[in-house]
Design a binder for this molecule. Structure first.
Ligand code: FAD
Length: 394
């Protein structure tokens, strides 16, 4: 088997890996970028419904979850959302803000992949696909990887193999295995930005309402998100549920406010005085979609004129709408999760360089690290920022 020497080897040609390759290559480093997949940038391709929500104009450290919330500050400052927007503009990729600062390509996510591949080419990055890395280790002043094709050595090794979600498009546990091999602590990994599942009674309600979407505030303890919520055949989904899934802990309740703009108890009590003969089903149907209103009224055994309802009954009904507390039984798991919570403990890494503190020349970047963004382009921004930083120091 031949041994080829490079300055930098990067395993994983996703968002973070390509960004680090470009930056290291621009510095004149001889870079090898390897991936086990046949197609490069698959997660970028399928992201944002095929249009890639590539960053968020409101990127701030508080949009990221990590055991050390301050860890992201340095990388986000070294490479900001505006830096990535400028790169997109340089390549004449048209984009738009959808909502809440989320930027999407006007045309296709493939434009982002093509842009990154072009930048890799300009930076003389050697890209090898369908490479199976059998072994990785430390050698003299650097690192080696043994693959199905060759052995490669380099002073710097960057692990950018991402998280565990969507295994069928190339996700693997390689990065976590490498972290263990180099004796690094790993924060427990869990599927995140993922639909939640429920036991039979609630599931039956979700199935009956499948396809219905409402604006809701979904909260877990003090954390809440006000965005769309979707009933599905498997449980609950939609942005507000995906967001809370990153915080929710098994065994605990989440709380859903289906009419966040309204204090329903007060409103129904005053309706009782002003329009006593109005039908309660009709009143609730003016607040919530009809199907949902009917189910909630039935569940709470309310019907007839509002004046016939006791304050206790009105309170029960209002709570079912303003404060629906439910206990998820789990999530749909890595099959549909957008990201992996947890990962390489940030205490093991320099926040300035992304280099492992106890192994000079070894870097971990992107989703494999214990940094998880909120929904809305933040996960890609973390990939760009952490990749950029490693590319400056590898
Ligand atoms: C359906 C979906 C939609 C998403 N939409 C968005 C969005 O719109 N906006 C947003 O910000 N985030 C989104 N995300 C999250 C985002 O895609 C990831 O956070 C981001 O891609 C992480 O970048 P990364 O480079 O760390 O990992 P990845 O992009 O996953 O790249 C890892 C690379 O490593 C390779 N690899 C894995 N194992 C090995 C191995 N053993 N050997 C060699 N190579 C290996 C993989 O093939 C892959 O190319 C979405 C995720 C999913 C699943």
């Amino acid at each position: 088997m031949n041994t080829e020497a490079y300055d930098v080897i990067i395993v994983g040609a996703g968002a973070a890996g390509m960004m680090s390759a470009i930056e290291a290559g621009k510095r004149g480093r001889k870079v090898l970028l390897v991936d086990h997949s046949k197609k490069i940038g698959e997660k970028i391709r399928i992201s944002g419904g095929g249009r890639c929500n590539f960053t968020n104009i409101h990127t701030k450290p508080n949009k990221f979850i990590s055991q050390n919330p301050k860890f992201v500050i340095s990388a986000l400052n070294q490479y900001t959302q505006n830096d990535f927007i400028n790169l997109i503009k340089k390549h004449n990729i048209k984009f738009h803000e959808k909502k809440l600062g989320q930027l999407f390509c006007d045309e296709s996510a493939q434009q982002i992949i093509d842009m990154l591949l072009l930048e890799c080419e300009k930076a003389n990055v050697v890209l090898k696909k369908e490479v199976i890395v059998d072994d990785v280790g430390k050698k003299d002043e650097g690192y080696f990887i043994t693959t199905n094709c060759n052995q490669y050595i380099a002073n710097s090794l960057i692990i950018a193999t991402g998280g565990l979600s969507i295994p069928k498009i190339g996700a693997s546990n390689f990065g976590y295995k490498m972290a263990k091999k180099f004796d690094l602590d790993i924060v427990e990994t869990l599927p995140a930005l993922v639909p939640l599942t429920f036991s039979e009674k609630i599931l039956a309600k979700c199935k009956e309402l499948a396809g219905l979407s409402v604006e809701a505030v979904v909260s877990f303890k003090k954390t809440f998100f006000e965005e769309g919520m979707l009933f599905t055949h498997r449980g609950l989904s939609g942005p507000s549920v995906l967001q809370i899934s990153s915080y929710w802990k098994l065994g605990d309740n989440i709380n859903i406010n289906l009419a966040p703009k309204l204090n329903l108890f007060q409103s129904l009590e005053s309706k009782k005085k002003l329009e006593p003969k109005k039908d309660i089903n009709l009143i609730i149907s003016e607040i919530l979609p009809k199907r949902l209103a009917q189910i909630i009224c039935k569940e709470n055994e309310v019907s007839g004129n509002i004046c016939e309802l006791s304050s206790k009954k009105i309170k029960q009904l209002s709570d079912a709408i303003n404060s629906w507390a439910i206990n998820p039984t789990g999530s749909e798991g890595y099959r549909t999760a957008e990201v992996t919570l947890g990962g390489v403990n940030t205490n093991e890494l320099s926040s300035k360089t992304m280099m492992v503190k106890k192994h000079s020349g070894l870097f971990f970047i992107g989703e494999v690290v214990d940094v998880t963004g909120h929904l809305g382009g933040y996960n890609f921004q973390w990939a760009w920022s952490s990749g950029f930083v490693a590319g400056q120091y590898a």
